[in-house]
Design a protein around this ligand. Structure first.
Ligand SMILES: O=C(O)C(=O)C[C@]1(C(=O)O)C=C[C@@H](O)C=C1
Length: 672
């Protein structure tokens, strides 16, 4: 114990500060309800992105002055604002539906601690409603309990980011008179739960719900000699693991659920996908109305009949009314082989004029149509603070008129990359980042992922100074004995760093066999200059559904680069981003010669986005800043920048990776 710095008074001070923070948070929440009251009078929407942006920008800069990093501030305030939005929405909803009782009987799958149980508490907790819990054995029993009046609400999982749609619930929705009255999206953090003291090697059986099996299939496949047993719910799985007298059973479930059964966490993050989320719907006998201040979602089912173009015609109705569709799912119709029922989620209030028009038109076009419910949209996407949005983008859009006559492919039709095939610029979405629009996007990271620590530190710097995507090589050429990359463990470390720092991630693939596994993990793939002519690799990436950066070969003409892009696109993948990274010329003053004229030329020849990689072109740090500025000036859509926490100790490319301070300087001069 330190006499000079005794612990207790410091802890006391922290406890007092934390209490103050809580008081302030409660005051903020009360104010947000005052805002709701004011918006009710003015009929203003709950969400105001401009206000959020202004608020966050000020908080991030104020926080920086106090030594707090921007990522931390924006994450913290997203949670606070999300609470504010959801509380306001719940308040509006209660105003609009005053008949709601303070207590509600909720039917959910499984017993205490199941994911549905947690979702029910989360959803109704926001509404200050007291729950009478009714754990059920099946989805059908939930529907029946609400249909027959034993329960007021049912909560049902509808889809999951790893395992997809829950067909049983979709199918049962075809045959119920219940209404969807709400939704909630929950993070499903699967943990391996055991009795206290049980070690991994003692486990003989793992219990889990079949959906959970699917979501954790990769983790489960990595185990050998362990019996994997299915359960009707995660709660039953936990019950079984807790009741095993030998203590050699484990369950997959949530940490909070496990605690209810006296189980402890042995392993975490078991799901195949980093973002493992489930969307639940809430059903009731009576529909609710959603006030105009609250963003609404409407779910409908329809059968269009089997004439050509029937579905397209129906979807065009939505487009014509300016209604955005967020989900389209099809399920067989029982008794009508090969006929499909379509489920649609649209961002519209059923009482709005657009939706009323759409419904009356759709009634004319479909064989069957029914609104399953209109309810408040509770997926609150964070307002992203994009430093690029602050930038004054001087791109030369008129250069698109440089279009050369579009080349054709062998059957005479226009090449897929050409402006003749598609005149408008392609926008490629990578997570929440858009490449190819007006924004100038910087992708940054080390030449190679060297360790977890190195990529975490770099990710922090990339994010803190406004980088949009984190990059890092994992499979590298080792010509001349250089560092060949960490392979799969590098990809894992890169993804973890991206996840922690809220950045999508990009890495290069060099062999056909890597593509499907890497594409399942990262947000953006890259084909390096040495592989621009590797037709097998181009085709394989073309079959994947990940966007891909295609780098120009050292000795390739622009037409050859575009021909390589065509190979990818011909396989189905239209999300190709081109990258100029220097070509071989007679002059060795810099490693390669950055061909900046490629940018305006390519902008005429293709609709695909174009990036510049000044790090690889120059091969030396001092040229990166001027070349990056030039890239922006000639109309590139963004940059690839190499940055390393200590470049002199880098395992490769020591001369071209920026120091973090240089990277910060570069970002400042590009964006501020
Ligand atoms: O200022 C408002 O309009 C609010 O509703 C408050 C608040 C917030 O919590 O700060 C919440 C939601 C809006 O999108 C913007 C800000």
């Amino acid at each position: 114990m330190s006499e000079r710095n005794p612990l207790e008074p410091i802890r006391k001070a922290i406890t007092e500060l934390d209490s103050e923070l809580l008081t302030l948070l409660a005051r903020r929440r009360a104010l947000s309800l005052d805002v709701a009251r004011s918006k009710e009078d003015a009929i203003k929407p709950v969400r105001d992105s401009e206000r959020e942006s202004a608020l966050l920008t000020r908080l991030v800069s104020q926080g920086r002055e106090l030594g707090l990093d921007g990522q931390y501030i924006s994450r913290l305030f997203h949670t606070i604002i999300e609470d504010s939005v959801l509380r306001q929405q719940a308040w509006f909803q209660a105003q609009n539906n005053p008949q709601q009782a303070p207590t509600t009987r909720v039917a959910y799958l499984g017993a205490k601690g199941s994911y549905s149980y947690l979702a029910a508490h989360h959803y109704f907790g926001r509404r200050d409603r007291t729950l009478v819990e009714m754990g059920m054995e099946s989805f059908d029993a939930i529907f029946q309990a609400v249909e027959q009046g034993q329960a007021d609400h049912g909560i049902l999982p509808l889809e999951n980011t790893s395992s997809g749609s829950i067909n049983e619930v979709f199918d049962r929705l075809q045959h119920t008179n219940l209404h969807i009255v709400g939704e909630t999206t929950e993070t499903i953090a699967h943990c391996l739960l055991v009795q206290p003291g049980t070690e991994l090697e003692q486990i003989r059986t793992i219990y889990a719900h079949p959906q959970v099996h699917t979501q954790c299939s990769r983790f489960l496949a990595s185990l050998s000699g362990i019996h994997q047993a299915y359960c009707a719910s995660s709660a039953e799985a936990m019950e079984k693991a807790a009741a095993d007298p030998s203590g050699s059973s484990a369950a997959i479930g949530s940490e909070r659920g496990g605690a209810l059964y006296g189980l402890t966490v042995r392993d975490t993050a078991l799901a195949n996908q980093q973002r493992n989320e489930s969307r639940f719907i809430v059903v009731a006998r009576k529909p609710v109305t959603v006030p105009p201040q609250v963003p609404a979602k409407t779910t409908l089912i329809m059968a269009t009949g089997q004439k050509p173009g029937a579905l397209v015609e129906a979807l065009l109705v939505l487009r014509d009314q300016g209604i955005n569709m967020t989900k389209l799912e099809s399920r067989p119709i029982h008794g009508n082989p090969w006929e499909e029922m379509f489920y649609l989620d649209v961002e519209a209030n059923v009482q709005s004029e657009a939706m009323r028009n759409a419904l009356s038109e759709l009634t004319r076009l479909t064989r069957f149509i029914k609104v399953l419910g209109c309810y408040p949209c509770e997926t609150i996407l964070p307002t992203e603070l994009d430093s690029t949005a602050l930038a004054n983008d001087p791109r030369l859009t008129e250069d698109a008129t440089l279009a050369t006559s579009a080349p054709a492919v062998s059957d005479g039709s226009a090449a897929l990359y050409s402006r003749e095939h598609k005149f408008d610029d392609t926008l490629v979405r990578v997570g929440k980042v858009t490449l190819g629009g007006d924004a100038f996007v910087t992708i940054a990271g080390p030449a190679a992922v060297e360790s977890e620590q190195q990529i975490q530190t770099t990710a922090h710097a990339v994010r803190e100074h406004g980088g949009a995507i984190l990059s890092g090589g994992c499979f590298l050429d080792s010509v001349g004995g250089g560092f060949a990359g960490l392979g799969q463990s590098g990809v894992d470390a890169l993804c973890l760093a991206g996840q922690r720092h809220g950045l999508p991630v990009m890495t290069e693939v060099t062999q056909v066999e890597q593509v499907s596994a890497v594409a399942a993990q990262v947000d953006l793939l890259q084909i390096g200059e040495h592989n621009m002519h590797n037709t097998a690799l181009l085709s394989e990436v073309g079959r994947s559904q990940r966007p891909v950066i295609l780098k120009r070969g050292l000795m390739a003409t622009l037409e050859e680069l575009l021909a390589a892009a065509e190979i990818i696109m011909a396989q189905g993948n239209q999300q190709v981003i081109l990258c100029e990274r220097g070509i071989r010329t007679f002059d060795s003053a810099s490693r390669h010669t950055l061909d900046l004229s490629a940018v305006p030329l390519l902008r005429g020849m293709t609709h695909l986005p174009i990036l510049i990689d000044p790090s690889q072109a120059a091969g030396r740090r001092d040229l990166i800043l001027p070349l990056a500025k030039a890239a922006k000036a000639v109309g590139a859509h963004g940059l690839l920048i190499e940055v390393h926490p200590s470049p002199e100790q880098a395992l490769r490319e020591q001369n071209q990776q920026l120091y973090v301070e240089q990277y910060a300087q570069l970002m400042k001069s590009l964006y501020c």
